[in-house]
Each structure stands twice: as C-alpha cells, then as structure tokens.
Design a protein around this ligand. Structure first.
Ligand SMILES: Cc1cc2nc3c(=O)[nH]c(=O)nc-3n(C[C@H](O)[C@H](O)[C@H](O)COP(=O)(O)OP(=O)(O)OC[C@H]3O[C@@H](n4cnc5c(N)ncnc54)[C@H](O)[C@@H]3O)c2cc1C
Length: 306
C-alpha cells in the first residue's frame, strides 16, 4: 500500500463552490478524526437536517473526484496528503425523538455516548454493555455495527434510514442484514440519516453495567489518539494476542506506535503521518501471516487521497 505525496493531490479544477451555508472549504480533516491524522479536503458539507442532507448528497454526487461520508471520525485513517473530493459529515444531524413504547428515532449525528447516557441509562434499557465507551456517532455505529462481546448496535434497532441515489429508504432491520462489524443495507457512499431504536427494559441495573465497562476500558485500553481496534478479531482468536505473540508491542514508526498495553491499538503518539500507521499495520499483518497463517482484516477504514 502506498500513499500519494501531497504534491500529487489535485483538486478537480471543475469543482464549483457549494451553494450551501453549511459548507466549509479547505478543511483540515485531522481535527475531525480520533487519530488526529488527515490532510485537507476541498469541501466538507455539514448538513443540519434531512433536507440539507438530501441537497448536499445530490450536489456531492454531481462533482468529479472521490466522495466520503464521515461521522465522528473514530474509525477512519485519512491520508495525510488530504482528500481530493467532497466530504459529507453527518455530525450535525442531531435529532432525537421519543416515539413512545421504548422506541426512539435518532439522527446519525447524535453521539453514541449521548444515546447511552440520555436515553438508555435513565430508562434502564438493555444493551448498555454493548455500547458503553464506544466513541463516534450513531450513524457510524450503525454503519460499522459497532459493539462488543455483549452485542452490537444493529441488534437494538427496528429500522434504518438510508439516503442513496433514488432517495431515502427506511429499511426494516433484520438479523440477516448485519454481522460482526459490518452490514449490507448501506453501500459505501450512501448515507445513513438515522434510525429507530426499539429498546427493552433490562432486568439488571444498567448503571452498574455502565460503570463496570467504563472501568474495564480504562484498565485495558490505551489512552491517546487512536481508532480503537485496528484489526477485526479472527474467528476464535484475538488480533491483539496474535500481534503481541509476534513480539510487536511497542514497535514504533515515525510518530506512531503499536501500544504496549494492547497490541491491536496503534497510537498516534507524536504527529504521526498516515504512512507511519499504515506501515505498522502492514508490518503486523505480515508478521501474523508468516507466524500463524492468518490474514488479519482491517476494522479501521482507510481513506486514501488519490
Ligand atoms: C478509543 C476507541 C475505542 C473504540 N472501541 C470500539 C468498540 O469497543 N467497538 C467497536 O465496534 N468500535 C470501537 N471503536 C471504533 C469506532 O468508535 C466505531 O467504529 C464507531 O462506531 C465509528 O463511528 P464514527 O461515527 O466515528 O464513524 P467514522 O469513523 O466517521 O466512520 C467509520 C465508517 O463509517 C462510515 N460512516 C460513518 N457515518 C456514516 C453515515 N451516517 N452513513 C454512512 N456511512 C457512515 C464512514 O464512511 C466510515 O467508512 C473504538 C474507537 C476508539 C477511538
């Protein structure tokens, strides 16, 4: 894998200025990500409601160059050279509506942590163990089917609203539509606008569950700029265990390091470039392949500049 140098990036000359008050031009992407890595994008659109999202999506699809849908930026590694296209960022889609009967319609831009703290905990809804401590937006969590050994986002949902070329479709959530850290109802480039969660009141105290898992994360997960787990766990094993067994804990490249605490975390310690992190990823993959014959799959989404 290689990254284009900054000088090779050319914004499409034909891209006009977007006709939106919610557009920003020449935006550094690093601050929009948990890694703190990523060069500038020519245009980033921050729609604040569904009508603006539709208009933004239509305009974005008329432009030359690549397109990126970004949520809270907690699971992306963006090229330090920048992104030569249009980014649609969903973080301003912050609607949250109680529908009654333990059902809630939640906009893609609502922080997952807010859903846990403001909806699930006060009502003692089941599922807190699955979502506690996961950063990012509800839209990103739905797209990734984010979760833990205790469950995952899509399991708690009744339906999801997906904006694609034909318009917005509300899709009933069924188990065949999602799997471990993935789903098949939203293709890359389409936008999850939000969805309806249908909760059940839990038998056990969810605030105790919340405290327990926050504490566990504090003990077992490194602090610092990162994307959480870099690789998916291969069936029946843990990516962190495999990388650690290859002796790679603490390995440093440029400003990035494989965490000494948890080998499936790569930390941006000191102004890391995307190439530093990518190099460590490739190194870990090659070592695990050579030693165990296992091909690690990236969980982090790699956003290339070219
Ligand atoms: C410290 C830390 C701990 C973490 N722990 C966990 C964990 O325990 N479990 C877990 O599953 N993950 C974990 N993660 C990873 C990450 O938080 C989740 O994947 C999260 O759900 C991503 O949401 P986001 O809004 O940040 O998405 P982004 O990082 O912005 O995007 C991730 C992907 O989703 C797409 N996307 C985002 N929003 C939308 C949308 N509205 N419509 C269409 N596509 C969209 C993007 O194009 C991209 O491909 C962790 C990350 C960190 C930094």
């Amino acid at each position: 894998m290689s990254w284009e140098p900054m000088s090779a990036i050319r914004y499409p000359l034909t891209m006009p200025s977007p006709p939106f008050a919610f557009a920003r031009l020449d935006v550094p992407l690093a601050p929009l990500t948990r890694y703190g890595v990523g060069g500038p994008a020519r245009v980033v659109l921050f729609p604040r409601n569904r009508d603006e999202a539709r208009a933004a999506f239509a305009w974005m699809n008329e432009q030359a160059g690549p397109r990126l849908v970004l949520g809270g930026g907690s699971n992306v590694l963006i090229d330090s050279a920048g992104f030569p296209g249009v980014v649609l960022c969903t973080t301003e889609l912050k609607s949250l509506e109680a529908l009654g009967g333990h059902r809630y319609h939640v906009g893609a831009g609502v922080a997952l942590g807010r859903l846990v703290r403001e909806v699930m905990l006060p009502n003692n809804y089941a599922g807190v163990g699955a979502l506690t401590g996961i950063p990012g937006s509800v839209g990103g969590a739905i797209y990734m089917n984010a979760g833990t050994v205790n469950g995952a986002t899509c399991e708690l949902m009744e339906s999801v609203d997906v904006l694609d070329a034909p318009g917005v479709e509300t899709i009933a959530m069924t188990p065949d539509l999602y799997a471990y850290r993935g789903q098949c109802f939203c293709s890359p480039g389409a936008v999850i606008l939000g969805g309806t969660f249908a909760f059940e009141v839990a038998g056990e105290d969810q605030s105790a569950v919340y405290t327990h898992y926050l504490q566990r994360r504090a003990e077992k997960q490194p602090r610092g700029r990162c994307c959480g787990s870099v690789f998916k766990n291969p069936e029946g094993d843990h990516a962190g265990r495999l990388i650690e067994a290859c002796g790679l804990k603490g390995l440093r490249r440029g400003g990035a390091r494989i965490s000494n605490l948890h080998a499936n975390f790569i930390i941006n310690e000191d102004n890391a470039r995307s190439g530093d992190i990518l190099w460590l990823m490739e190194h870990a993959k090659a070592a695990v392949r050579a030693r165990f014959g296992i091909e690690l799959q990236e969980e982090v989404r790699i956003i290339r500049g070219g």
